[in-house]
Design a protein around this ligand. Sequence first.
Ligand code: KIV
Length: 281
Amino acid sequence: MSKNVTISDIQQAKVEGRKLVMLTAYDYPFGLLADQAEIDMVLVGDSLGMVVMGMDGTVKVTMEHMIHHIKAVVRGCKGPLVIGDMPFMSYNTSIREAIHNAGRLMKEGGCDAIKLEGGLNFVPTVAAIVKAGIPVQGHIGLTPQTASALGGFKMQGKDAAAAKEIIDDAAGLEDAGVFSIVLEAVPAPLGKMISEAVRVPIIGIGAGPDVDGQVLVTHDMIGLFDKFVPKFVKQYTQIRTIILDAMLAYKKDVQAVDFPGPEHSFKMSAETLTQLKKMTD
Ligand code: KIV
């Protein structure tokens, strides 16, 4: 990808009615692929804890994990806007700490913007990070870091009062200066209402079609992570099966000495071989 997607490109897309495309990546090869696919925004999500590190949830992901993986993605991902996810408790204890950690993701990791989970409660934090010069993407609805407090990985905004709270969260984040908002696991009509209520792009994940763009966890979308597949995920391939078949075929070849063949082996001249044999006899 030759062009570099900017924050104003993301905001302009909503004005022009162009749907935004966002995916996650956690390493260099996937960063390169997202770049080649000309994805608008690439999130180095803390979902990395689950889909790459095999954790049960995202709460154990640290700043060091995030910086390590953001660096790898940024090396491959030159065109898309790269967003680094703030891990649990990196922005929850104080505004000072939040600014410090957001700055680390950008300075040490090299991402273009950060994302953090939370609505009205985090408005002062978001406003302070934005004021420090760091672009922030909000994340409301289902917020995986606090999923247990929300009753598990469930749809949010079920009744009118709960739905209104999410609308208020979006409005509060917009006032705090976010450049866009991820909206997760809410009824499709609520997604539409929120997208119409705010000027910043709403990027849905399980928020229906009438929002300003979509994001999926890449490892869910390509069938690489199969512990559970949320209802809102469309699987475009079953890459896990393709990789597994390749591993089994390799194992069979090695055991049968069908690999390596002559085309995978380095040659030695007959003369050198004779000399070597003399030297070792
Ligand atoms: O961590 C992540 O991958 C996310 C997406 C679900 C948006 O926050």
